[in-house]
Write a new protein. Sequence first.
Length: 397
Amino acid sequence: MEDSDDRYSLDMKTPSVKRLALFGATGSIGQQTLDVIEQQEGFQVVVLSAGTRAAELAELALKWRPERITLADEGGYGVLKDALSGISTSIDVGPDAAAEAAASVDYDICLNGLVGVAGLMPSYHALKRGIDLALANKESLVLAGEILNRIAAETGAKILPVDSEHCAIFQCLRGENIDEVARLILTASGGPFSTWEKERIKSATPAEALKHPTWRMGPKISIDSATLMNKGLEVIEAYHLFGVPPDKIDVRIHKASIVHSMIEFIDGSFKAQLGTPDMRHPIQYALNYPDRRVLKLKDDDPVDWLPLEFEMVDNDRFPCLELAFGVLESGGTAAAVLNGADEAAVKRFLDGEIRFGDIYTLINDALNKHENHAADDIETVLTADRWGREFVSKVKL
């Protein structure tokens, strides 16, 4: 077969137009989502939502002309109103604006790229309406995985993972019998401190912790990657997405970030999803599932990849990962407390109030002090999340 770009020209029929609601539009996931849909027909952006970047959101609205935009920061209303005075896009601001848009606007698929607990209610409303959810907001499942899975089962909506690791597992499981899977293996880059000694890690600065070796991400996720808490949250997410017990979920360090994750079957064989690290791949897969469409980013070949090496996680240097397995064993509201405590601890670290090593200490203290409850409804998990956040915010070190 002649080597040419013809292999990328196999796009099938032009799909019917999907109306897209994009939450977290100005963040890394949001920007890459818009880059993906700009390359192909079949999508109409009807909602753009952001947290604080009013000017950037206005610029996106002028380009994409959505029916509605939302901004969590009420102080940005004036910027949006002045910038968009000549178009018909409606503007909603405030902490509940994104959730209200998710509950009311007419759309066919929701891509949730918000960071933190702010993403829970848009996920909830999309699934409640029977709308497929392309999910990059792992906190939705960490806080309320059982609740969201129950709603999805009732309405028939699909939860389509956008995190590269879960998208990889999702692809590997297509056509397979889950009962024949021995374990899921989530890969981790190891973050910026993979070769550091324990005491040096404890005193790392925010600037050092933000230097992720592989992925371009926001500050919260970058710090979580440095502590490996991000991988812990992904373990919880995998548990809810794929219905396997915690003892069938493993994590391995893979610095090249070529193998995005893999599964092992009961006969000892493995199946993996590989590719040059680029979040546009899992975004594209989720948006077009169950089909694949052309996405030509750059020339790529396995001969250019780094060696596929793997390491065990050193839990002594990165203890946050074990906390995630612990909350799965505890069940109930423990995961919500973990999430809130982590968000508050990361904020305090970035604000210069605590050392890097204190992040684990504060989260562990919150989990030990929390009185666990059944996570039966959204208000219960949100209350637990707030409790964890407030506990960590008030502790003096």
